[in-house]
Design a protein around this ligand. Structure first.
Ligand code: SF4
Ligand code: SF4
Length: 457
């Protein structure tokens, strides 16, 4: 039997702005985001009132259908939290990409004050890398994958370039043997990202994404991201990036480069000058995306110098506006985030340069986590000794059991729950969207009329 309008209710997963304003006064409409589908609609205030009052019979049927379609209105019997968590778990279960993070070295040239890692001159040796390959290959026995994705991650992965050279062909070969495509990501400080190394990574090692960190212009960046001996790094990194970005074939090479700017109270003044500098080099269409990240706890107290989350969220809007002013087009609207991170996917693992195995990227080389169950084992002790218990794997169940504020948060479908490890440590894990999504919706309306939004009169 077809459901009648009495069988529906307003979704809990709605974010609605205040009435929009223009220079001429109030516009009598609002922007509404249905986070269950990450879809946006601009609605008149009288439709908003009907929604709030559940006056379904007063809503024209075509608009009612659109609201049901975008899940702003949902079946009355729907237990929405369980529906959302069920979708998240389904995405984890059905994911066809086999993801792993490999840290080829425990060494990094930089001595950033906020870094919680202990760097040593250790590199993955032959025996450990063979065991890691064996470990990854074993995963194909459990599931049908169509893609293999490797993240070369910190300390500084390019210090371990020899290990990347050694392992990449074997990983690519493994993917091919299992009828999978292959790609790799490198998260780097950019100091060793010379043009010829970039070309090698892309052409030989299947790298199609690179993320480089710049903490402001030279004045700000060099005060914190200097070498361990205190030498400046900004100019060298910029020189590397410009040589790559200015290659006539940069786009055709098919490797995107994004820039992350880590910010706390000490370098916030450096963000806008950095945006201006990048714009002065005409990199607006070359940088895949530029984003500012709030420095978090790395098992240390680095987050204590960070802005309060609400304060950071306000500043983020200013930085987004600055990007638009200088010709960048940062994304504003959140997308669905069913898989929050690798810690909730049972087949993904992180390997450090000693052969230790983890379920979270932020735990290797950090003393606080050394003797905790975040260390699942070590490949050198035999693959069968690696613990099957993963401390963060039950995160979705814990949300479902109302153990975190995420259980009653409208943002859950487009957030996924932030960082599971942070919640476990008693730290609020909400991303800035939690605090500034309404401003972003208004901004998106102002910037792209006729674009993302659908009008319903
Ligand atoms: S648990 Fe948190 S820190 Fe660890 S990988 Fe996930 S998001 Fe990152
Ligand atoms: S982390 Fe914060 S914003 Fe994300 S779902 Fe949980 S409570 Fe909501």
């Amino acid at each position: 039997m077809e459901p009648t309008i009495a069988d529906y209710k307003l979704s809990n997963y709605l974010v609605v702005t205040d009435t929009l304003e223009s220079a001429n006064g109030l516009l009598n409409k609002r922007v509404m985001l249905a986070t269950r589908t990450a879809r946006v609609m601009v609605i008149q205030n009288n439709l908003y009132d009907k929604l709030i009052n559940a006056s379904w019979d007063e809503i024209p049927s075509d608009i009612f259908s659109r609201l049901v379609n975008m899940e702003a209105i949902v079946p009355a019997e729907d237990d929405e939290l369980q529906t959302v968590i069920g979708r998240h778990q389904l995405r984890v279960d059905q994911g066809a990409t086999l993801n792993h993070v490999i840290q080829p070295t425990a060494m990094c040239q930089l001595g950033c004050g906020y870094c919680g890692q202990k760097h040593t001159k250790n590199y993955l040796d032959q025996s450990a890398s063979d065991r890691i390959l064996e470990r990854i290959e074993g995963k194909f026995g459990y599931k049908n994958y169509s893609h293999v994705s490797i993240s070369w991650f910190g300390s500084e992965p390019l210090v371990g370039l020899s290990q990347i050279r050694e392992m990449s062909p074997k990983l690519k070969d493994m993917a091919e043997r299992h009828n999978c495509t292959y790609s790799a990501l490198v998260v780097t400080n950019g100091l060793s990202l010379k043009e010829h190394i970039f070309l090698e990574l892309v052409k030989k090692h299947g790298v199609n994404k690179i993320e480089v960190t710049l903490d402001g212009t030279a004045e700000f960046h060099d005060a914190r991201r200097h070498t361990k001996a205190g030498l400046s790094t900004f100019d060298l990194i910029m020189r590397n990036l410009l040589a790559i970005f200015n290659r006539p074939d940069f786009k055709e090479l098919g490797c995107t480069i994004s820039i992350r700017c880590n910010v706390d109270e000490r370098n916030e003044e450096g963000v806008v000058p950095l945006i201006k500098l990048l714009a002065s080099y005409n990199l607006q269409d070359k940088i895949d995306y530029f984003y500012v990240a709030r420095i978090h706890s790395w098992g240390n107290e680095a987050h204590l110098l960070s802005h309060e989350k609400e304060d950071f969220a306000k500043k983020e809007i200013d930085w987004i506006l600055s990007q638009y002013q200088h010709g960048f087009k940062p994304g504003l609207l959140p997308g669905l985030q069913p898989v929050v991170c690798i810690s909730v996917t049972p087949d993904s693992e992180v390997f450090d340069a000693f052969g230790n195995v983890f379920d979270c990227t932020e735990t290797p080389y950090v003393d606080t986590y050394a003797d905790t169950n975040y260390v699942l084992g070590n490949v050198n002790n035999g693959l069968s000794t690696i613990s099957k218990y993963r401390p963060l794997l039950s995160f979705n169940d814990e949300i479902s059991n109302q153990e975190y504020p995420c259980s009653s948060c409208k943002m859950l479908p487009v957030c996924g729950g932030g960082c599971p490890k942070s919640w476990r440590e008693g730290l609020v894990a909400c991303p800035s969207n939690k605090f500034n999504v309404k401003e972003k919706l208004v901004l998106s309306y102002a910037l792209s009329k006729g674009g993302v939004e659908v009008f319903a009169d």
